[in-house]
Write a protein that binds this ligand. Sequence first.
Ligand code: ADP
Ligand code: MG
Length: 137
Amino acid sequence: MKNKYKTNSDLETQEIGEIFSKEIEAGDVILLFGDLGAGKTTFVKGILKGLKFDGIVTSPTFSLVNEYNALMNVIHIDCYREKNKQRWINIGLEDYFNNSNIVIIEWPEIIMDIIPKNTIKVNLKHIDKTTREVFFS
Ligand code: ADP
Ligand code: MG
């Protein structure tokens, strides 16, 4: 896959997530960067589709952590509403990082020092109402 994409709809962003899902493996930690509405959760829906999860995928904004039993076990985390690092440690965040999970984190900025060093970073950039750019690094 390329390391930069342009997308013109949420479905296209899901398709990029689906393509990306073919490249990941258990144990991977994926960090999603980008403003509110940039398409992070939409991208995760595509990843889960690619991993053959056919249920409903929702934003973990309020639940903080959603877990999906797909082809691989996917842990979807959103730090937007919980910016206190100690609470994430108390929740047991670090236990999720192991070889049986794919961990995907939205708004990881405040917990960077308790996340493994080796991660895949995805940046979503809001260009206009329906256009986004997606960068992988
Ligand atoms: P985030 O998780 O980054 O806050 P969401 O994925 O929840 O963002 O929301 C993205 C919003 O932007 C949705 O309402 C979606 O329909 C809309 N949207 C419009 N164009 C796109 C696009 N190209 N990619 C992703 N989302 C888009
Ligand atoms: Mg989101």
